[in-house]
Design a protein around this ligand. Sequence first.
Ligand code: SF4
Length: 136
Amino acid sequence: MKTLMISACLLGVSCRYDGAAKPVDECMRLAEEAFLVPFCPEQLGGLPTPRPAAGIRGGDGADVLAGRAGVFRIEDGADVTRAFVRGAEEALRIAETVGADGFVLKGGSPSCGWGRVRGVCAALAAARGYEIREYA
Ligand code: SF4
């Protein structure tokens, strides 16, 4: 059985910035074929729930990791880059510990996004060679 790291909000955990979850039936069913390890990089980075929305400025998640871009709160522009990078590093530490085969990530997030929005955690997972699947 494969071991997959999965954005906790996709499994119904209320860890989103607005205190909500984003459960996806298809993700719930993954539990029948894989060992799922739910995680939320923003919580792992020390941010509270709920928390102010944030976005990447100056590039994408890979640029944030390279120090060329940052993550800032939308409402007041506060710099939360360190929390996002720390959360991504913690998530990857867990992935390594459990011997994960890949990541299943929530799209549109400055942490987990892997499509239109390329998040910080997704970028770090990709850089470490993990397979990534995204659900909107
Ligand atoms: S950081 Fe990832 S796991 Fe956490 S709420 Fe956002 S999309 Fe879901």
